[in-house]
Design a protein around this ligand. Structure first.
Ligand SMILES: Nc1nc2c(c(=O)[nH]1)N[C@H]1C(S)=C(S)[C@@H](COP(=O)(O)OP(=O)(O)OC[C@H]3O[C@@H](n4cnc5c(=O)[nH]c(N)nc54)[C@H](O)[C@@H]3O)O[C@H]1N2
Ligand SMILES: Nc1nc2c(c(=O)[nH]1)N[C@H]1C(S)=C(S)[C@@H](COP(=O)(O)OP(=O)(O)OC[C@H]3O[C@@H](n4cnc5c(=O)[nH]c(N)nc54)[C@H](O)[C@@H]3O)O[C@H]1N2
Ligand code: SF4
Ligand SMILES: [Mo]
Length: 753
C-alpha cells in the first residue's frame, strides 16, 4: 500500500532479509528511498526494525547490483540483452543434457530463494524441468537435521514445531543467538523484546552455547557447553526425566509410540556419564531437567548450533523428544505448530499419512542418501570432478554463494571452473557467480511483490501480510519468477520462435493448473471435485505469483474457499490491510495433523536409536586435546551477501578470530595480532580478538567473508574482505543421517602468522 504526503510516499512492506518478517515503512520519492522505519502499525512487529532492514534502501540502490544479464568470455564480462542471455542458457543446458544426460545437470538453491515468492513458488518447476537428481541447497549447511527429525517423528519434514515464546514460562535454548540473528525456524520480530517480556512475567530462560553471547548475557542462566555436545546434554536431560519419574506426556500420551524404547535407549547416557564430554556438570544437568519438568509452561528450542555439527540429527530429535515426554509439545507455551494462511484448509484432519522416506536414491560418488530430494552440498564438488556416467557438467545456481557458504570452498571453486556450463540467477558478480557463463540478475527487493510463504510456516503467531512492489521494475528488467519460468520453458523444449514472454505465460498457466489440480483432487480438501478451470477463471488477472498466492489464501486455513466461507481471506483482503492480519496465537493441531504411517508421534525412530551407538562411542574418545572452531553471526551482516552495503560496514572489522585470553596466552597471541588458524582441511590468516566470553578451548570465526576474489564485482565488500572460514571445514565431515555439514566443532590449531 502506498500513501502520499507532499511528493514523497510511504509504502508498507514486509522485510524479506531474514526470518523475522518485520513490517517496514518505506518513504520514497521518484524511485529513491528516503527513509526506512519500522512500521509501528504492523500487527506482528509493531515498529521493530534492525540495521539490515533500515539499510534496505541502500541495498536496493547498490551501484554494484547487476541490472542486465552478463555473459562471460574467458575473464571478460559483457552486458547482453535478455533474449541473447536466455538463448545462451537454453543452448548451454540443452547441449549438456543431449551430449550426456539429464543427470549431468545440477542445481544449487541458496538461502534468499526461501525469502522470495519466485523461489518458494517456482523452484519446484525449475527442478522438475532440469529432470536431475543432482539437487543441492543451503539446507545441508543449515536445517536439514530438523527436517529429518520432523519427518521421522511427525511424518512431515516441514512440520517443525516452534517455541511459543510469548506464552512460555521457561525456555531452554541451545545453539541459537536470536539477539543477533533475529531468530530462525521461529519467526518472530523483536526476539529481544519477547525474551525480556518472558523474564518480566517471572519466567526463566536458559541459554546453552559455548559462547556467552548477547542472548546468553540477557538470560537467567548460561551453560557454556562444549561444541558438538548437545546430543549428550539433551540425552542426559531426558534420561533424568525418566530416571526421576518426571515424564508427563499429557494429552498426547496415547498418540505417542516408542516411549519405552526411548527410555531404554537413553539409559546409558546418565548426566554423570556425559558430564565431562559436555563440559556441564551432572548436578546442573539434573537441575535443569527438574526445572524444565516443573515449569508451568516450558519449551526446548535448538537452532543452528545444534544442526551444523556431527550429531545434528540426534540433537534435533532429542529437542522434540524432550518437549514431547514432558507434555510441552503442541501445548500453549510449548513447542507448537503454526497454521499459516496459505496452509490448505482441512475440516477434520485425521492422523496418519505416508510418512517420510529418505535414501530413495544415493549420490553417485560417496553414496550419500538423498534427504528431501537433495544430496549434501558437501558432495557437490566431487560430483563435478569425478569422471563417470552422471558426472555433473552444468550447474544452475539460484540465490546462492556456495564458494563462501559451504565446506572446502576452494575445492568447490576449482570444481566450478571445470564445468561445461554454468548459469546463475543472482544480483551480484561474486565469488560463486564469477564462474558462471551467464548471470541473470533479478530485480532489487523493492521492485517485487512479497508474501512470506516460507517463514509464516514457522511463525510464533498466525499472521499474514502481502507487500505489493514499491517501485516499478527498473528499465527492461525481468521479475525473478519470469526468469525462472523462462528457463523452464527452454528446458522443456517449448516451440522455438515464440516470444520469451509468451513462453513464460504458458509455463505459468501450467504451474497454476498443477497447484489447483492437486488441491481439487485431494479427498480431504473442501475444494475436492471442484472444476479447476472454473477456479482458475475466478482468480482472474494478474498472473504469476499473485495468482498463486491468491489461490493458496482462498483455499487456505482462513480462506473464503471460493464461496464456501463468505468473508474469508483472499489476496484482496491482505491488500486492503497493509499492516497485516493477525489470526491469533498458535492453536493445538495434534494428533490430527500427524502424517506418520502410525498416525502417532514417533518418539524413537529406528534411525536415531541406531545412531545413538555412534554418540556413545564418541564418549569414549575422551577430550580432544586441542582447540575447536565454531561460527557466529553479526547483526549488521547476512551470510555472505550484504557486505557490499556501506551503511552496514561501519565500525571495527568483524571477521576476527575470537579467542579466550588464556588460550591466546598459551599460544603466545595478543589482541589484534594476525594469526594462522589451521585445520586438517586448510589454513586461514585472520586478526585475533581476545574475548573472555568464549569458552576456553573454542575459537570462533564468522562465515560469509573472503571477498578478495579479483574477478568479483563487490567494491565495498572488497575493502574489508575478511577470510573464508569454510576453507577450514571438510567436505568429508557430515552428519551421516541428514547429510548436513559439520561446521561447528572442527579441530584447529593456532599460531602467530
Ligand atoms: N561456517 C559456516 N558456514 C555457513 C553457516 C555457518 O553458520 N557457518 N551458515 C550456513 C547457512 S545457515 C546458510 S543459510 C548458508 C547460506 O548459503 P548461501 O545461500 O549459498 O549463501 P548466501 O550468502 O545466503 O548467498 C546468497 C546469494 O543470493 C544472492 N541474492 C540475494 N538476494 C537475491 C534475490 O532476491 N534473488 C536471487 N536470485 N539471488 C539473491 C546473493 O547475491 C548471494 O549470491 O550459509 C551456510 N554457511
Ligand atoms: N544478523 C544476521 N542474522 C541472520 C543471519 C546472518 O548472517 N546475520 N543469518 C540467517 C540465517 S541463514 C540463519 S540459518 C539464522 C541462524 O540463526 P541462529 O541459529 O540464531 O544462529 P547464530 O546467531 O549463528 O547462533 C548460533 C549459536 O550457536 C552457538 N554454537 C556453535 N556451536 C554450537 C554447539 O555445538 N552447540 C551449541 N549449543 N551452540 C553452538 C554459537 O556460539 C552461536 O551463538 O540466522 C539468520 N539471521
Ligand atoms: S530483523 Fe530481519 S526482518 Fe526484521 S528488519 Fe531486520 S532483517 Fe528485516
Ligand atoms: Mo541459514
Amino acid at each position: 500500500m502506498v500513501t502520499s504526503s507532499d511528493s514523497a510516499s510511504t509504502a508498507y512492506r514486509t522485510c524479506p532479509l531474514c526470518e523475522a518478517t518485520c513490517g517496514l515503512a518505506i518513504e520514497h520519492r521518484d524511485g529513491k528511498v528516503l527513509r526506512v522505519r519500522g512500521d509501528a502499525d504492523d500487527v506482528f512487529s509493531k515498529g521493530f526494525i534492525c540495521p539490515k532492514g533500515a539499510a534496505l534502501g541502500e541495498l536496493n540502490e547498490d551501484p554494484d547490483r547487476l541490472r542486465r544479464p552478463l555473459k562471460r568470455t574467458g575473464d571478460r564480462w559483457e552486458e547482453v540483452s535478455w533474449s541473447e542471455a536466455f538463448a545462451a542458457v537454453d543452448a548451454g543446458l540443452n547441449r549438456v543434457a543431449q551430449q550426456y544426460n539429464r543427470q549431468a545437470l545440477a542445481i544449487y538453491l541458496g538461502n534468499p530463494s526461501a525469502h522470495n515468492l519466485s523461489g518458494t513458488l517456482y523452484n519446484r518447476a525449475l527442478i522438475k524441468a532440469l529432470g536431475t537428481r543432482n539437487v543441492f541447497s543451503a539446507s545441508t549447511v543449515d536445517q536439514m537435521p530438523k527436517h529429518l527429525s520432523s519427518g521421522l517423528m511427525f511424518g512431515a519434514p516441514l512440520m517443525i514445531p516452534v517455541p511459543d515464546v510469548d506464552r512460555t514460562s521457561y525456555m531452554l535454548m541451545l545453539g541459537a543467538n536470536p539477539w543477533v540473528s533475529n531468530g530462525s525456524l521461529a519467526t518472530a520480530p523483536d526476539w529481544p523484546g519477547r525474551l525480556r517480556a518472558l523474564r518480566k512475567r517471572q519466567g526463566r530462560f536458559v541459554v546453552v552455547d559455548p559462547v556467552r553471547t548477547q542472548t546468553a548475557a540477557h538470560a537467567d542462566e548460561h551453560v557454556a557447553l562444549r561444541p558438538g555436545a548437545d546430543a549428550w546434554f539433551l540425552a542426559a536431560i531426558i534420561h533424568t526425566i525418566f530416571d526421576e519419574g518426571l515424564a508427563r506426556p499429557g494429552r498426547l500420551a496415547e498418540a505417542m509410540n516408542g516411549r519405552a524404547e526411548l527410555e531404554a535407549a537413553l539409559k546409558p547416557l546418565a548426566p554423570e556419564r556425559v558430564a565431562d564430554a559436555t563440559g556441564a556438570d551432572a548436578t546442573t544437568i539434573r537441575r535443569l531437567a527438574r526445572e524444565f519438568a516443573a515449569a508451568e509452561r516450558a519449551v526446548c528450542y535448538g537452532r543452528i548450533g545444534t544442526c551444523t555439527q556431527r550429531f545434528g540429527s540426534l540433537a534435533s530429535w532429542l529437542v522434540d523428544a524432550l518437549n514431547a515426554i514432558t507434555g510441552r509439545l503442541d501445548e500453549p507455551g510449548g513447542a507448537m505448530f503454526p497454521t499459516p494462511a496459505h496452509e490448505p484448509r482441512r475440516a477434520t484432519p485425521t492422523p496418519g499419512g505416508r510418512g517420510f522416506d529418505v535414501g530413495r536414491w544415493n549420490s553417485r560418488v560417496r553414496g550419500a542418501p538423498e534427504v528431501l530430494g537433495e544430496f549434501p552440498v558437501a558432495a557437490l564438488a566431487e560430483e563435478i570432478t569425478t569422471e563417470g556416467e552422471h558426472q555433473i557438467r552444468a550447474l544452475v545456481t539460484v540465490a546462492g554463494n556456495p564458494v563462501l557458504s559451504t565446506p572446502d570452498g576452494d575445492a568447490l571453486a576449482s570444481a566450478l571452473s571445470r564445468l561445461d556450463f554454468m548459469v546463475s540467477i543472482d544480483p551480484y558478480l561474486n565469488e560463486t557467480t564469477r564462474h558462471a557463463d551467464i548471470i541473470l540478475p533479478p530485480p532489487p527487493p523493492l521492485s517485487r511483490t512479497h508474501y512470506d510463504v516460507s517463514f509464516y510456516g514457522f511463525a510464533i503467531r498466525n499472521v499474514a501480510n502481502f507487500s505489493p512492489a514499491v517501485m516499478p521494475l527498473p528499465g527492461d528488467g525481468w521479475p525473478e519468477w519470469k526468469i525462472q519460468l523462462r528457463l523452464v520453458a527452454g528446458l522443456s523444449g517449448l516451440a522455438a520462435g515464440v516470444d520469451d514472454q509468451q513462453h513464460v505465460a504458458q509455463v505459468d498457466d501450467f504451474v497454476c493448473r498443477q497447484v489447483v489440480g492437486r488441491e481439487v483432487r485431494d479427498p480431504a480438501s473442501p475444494l475436492n471435485g471442484r472444476d479447476p478451470e472454473a477456479l482458475i477463471a475466478e482468480l482472474g488477472e494478474p498472473r504469476g505469483p499473485e495468482r498463486l498466492v491468491d489461490f493458496l489464501l482462498r483455499a487456505g486455513a482462513y480462506g473464503d474457499g471460493f464461496g464456501a466461507h463468505p468473508g474469508g481471506l483472499r489476496l484482496q483482503t491482505l491488500e486492503d490491510n497493509p499492516h497485516g492480519i493477525d489470526f491469533g496465537p498458535l492453536v493445538s493441531k495434534l494428533p490430527g495433523a500427524l502424517k506418520t504411517p502410525s498416525g502417532r508421534i514417533e518418539l524413537a525412530p529406528p534411525a536415531f536409536i541406531e545412531d545413538l551407538s555412534r554418540l556413545e562411542a564418541a564418549l569414549d574418545e575422551g577430550d580432544s586435546p586441542g582447540l575447536v572452531l565454531i561460527g557466529r553471526r553479526h547483526l549488521r551482516s547476512n551470510n555472505s551477501w550484504m557486505h557490499n552495503v556501506p551503511g552496514l560496514m561501519t565500525g571495527r572489522p568483524r571477521c576476527t578470530a575470537l579467542i579466550h585470553p588464556d588460550d591466546a596466552k598459551e599460544a603466545g597471541i595478543t589482541d589484534g595480532q594476525t594469526v594462522r588458524v589451521r585445520s586438517a582441511t586448510g589454513e586461514v590468516t585472520v586478526v585475533a580478538e581476545l574475548d573472555p566470553s568464549i569458552r576456553r578451548g573454542v575459537v570462533s570465526l564468522p562465515h560469509g567473508w573472503g571477498h578478495s576474489d579479483e574477478h568479483a564485482r563487490l567494491r565495498v565488500a572488497a575493502r574489508t574482505p575478511g577470510t573464508n572460514t569454510n576453507i577450514l571445514a571438510s567436505r568429508h565431515q557430515i552428519d551421516p543421517l541428514s547429510g548436513n555439514s559439520v561446521l561447528n566443532g572442527i579441530p584447529v590449531s593456532l599460531g602467530v602468522a
